[in-house]
Structures are given as structure tokens and as C-alpha cells.
Design a binder for this molecule. Structure first.
Ligand code: GAR
Length: 197
């Protein structure tokens, strides 16, 4: 059974979908802990499923390294096989990435390498893109620059705003994330091989 830690910042709708999938005893992975950089609304999903959670409050970029050390201590307590960034809106310090990569994946609401960063949906709209997408990647030392594990296109509709487009991307993200976790758990997807230069 693959042990998964999930880190969030927000509503945690993708976390919720992963918790629903992993609640099935036939699913080959389990979420062992959920962490956040703030009192994120999505922590309620962990409570609902009886999964332990922790908060390591973000105190600003000047304290990123200290924040990362506390986060790392929390993660190590739970001994996950895989860390999933599911809407964590903070850049991890290099030491945390180095400790886990390639056993750390991120979901992103765009078709990487298009529109990386914190505003993937907004940036696709601003660029007038006819289509964008969703991606699941390995986290490396760059910003949304790691090896792509799964991705799918989502069309941009003429009437879309950031909210409507994001809400159409998220179900695709969820499906990709759950499938990536499953494939890692059953050995179909080898993160070390996927990350080889
Ligand atoms: C998701 O769309 C995720 O890909 C995105 O935040 C959203 C979180 O939604 N992450 C990023 O943009 C990271 N650069 P949720 O909290 O409802 O799951």
C-alpha cells in the first residue's frame, strides 16, 4: 500500500477526490497525512475521512527555509512513499524538494510547459489561448518544470472567465492525479525512470 502525504493551501477539491478514491480498500494507495501552509478550508476533508493533518504556517518568503525545515520534520514523521502537492501555493525550499524528488508530484491547471506558476488559468485566458489543460508533474528545482507524468487538453470557451475555466480543468486534474497515484502504487509508473535525464 503506497503511503501518500498531501499538501494543500486552499479548498482541497482535488484532495477530496483523492481521499474518495483511496477510501476504496481496493485502491493501492492510502493518504496518511494532509498538511497545509495555513488553516486551509480543505483540511476539513482530512477530518471528514479521519486522516491526520498538520499546519506549518507560512510566515513570509524571508522565512522560507525555516518553514521548509518544519514541513520536512512533519513529513518525515509520517514516512510517506509519495508527497502530492495538490494546490500548495508556496514554492518549496530546495532542501525539501531534494529530500523527496522524484517522489513528489504536483498538479497544475495548465498544459505544461505552457503557463507555469501561480496563475496558470488566468495566464491562459490573458494569452487568448484556444485551449489549455491540466498536468501532473514531478517536482524538481524549477517552477513547474519537472518531468510530465500525465496531461490532457481542456478547451477554452469564449464565455469563460477564470472561475468557469478552472472549474472545468479541475475534474480533469483529479482524474489524472488519481490515475498517476494508482500507476505509481502498482509499479506501472517509475518516478526515477520518469525523471532520468
Ligand atoms: C488546483 O487547480 C491546482 O492545480 C492548483 O490549485 C488548485 C487547487 O484547487 N495549483 C496550482 O495552481 C499550483 N501552481 P483545490 O484546492 O480545490 O484542490
Amino acid at each position: 500500500m503506497l503511503r501518500v502525504a498531501v499538501l494543500i493551501s486552499g479548498a482541497g477539491s482535488n484532495l477530496q477526490a483523492l481521499l474518495e478514491a483511496t477510501a476504496d480498500p481496493a485502491f493501492p494507495a492510502q493518504v496518511v497525512v494532509v498538511g497545509a501552509d495555513r488553516q486551509a478550508a480543505g483540511l476539513a476533508h482530512a477530518d471528514h475521512f479521519g486522516i491526520p493533518s498538520f499546519v506549518v504556517p507560512w510566515r513570509g518568503a524571508a522565512e522560507r527555509e525555516a518553514w521548509g525545515e518544519q514541513l520536512q520534520q512533519q513529513l518525515e514523521r509520517w514516512q510517506p512513499d509519495l508527497v502530492v502537492l495538490s494546490g500548495l501555493m508556496k514554492l518549496l525550499p530546495a532542501a525539501v524538494v531534494e529530500a523527496w524528488s522524484p517522489r513528489i508530484v504536483n498538479t497544475h491547471p495548465a498544459y505544461l510547459p505552457e503557463f507555469p506558476g501561480a496563475h496558470g488559468v488566468r495566464d491562459a485566458l490573458a494569452a487568448g489561448a484556444a485551449r489549455t489543460g491540466a498536468s501532473v508533474i514531478v517536482v524538481d528545482s524549477g517552477v513547474d518544470s519537472g518531468p510530465i507524468l500525465a496531461q490532457e487538453r481542456v478547451p477554452v470557451l469564449p464565455e469563460d472567465d477564470e472561475h468557469t475555466l478552472h472549474e472545468r480543468i479541475k475534474p480533469v486534474e483529479r482524474r489524472l492525479l488519481i490515475d498517476v497515484v494508482r500507476r505509481i502504487a502498482v509499479g506501472e509508473l517509475d518516478l526515477t525512470a520518469a525523471s532520468a535525464p
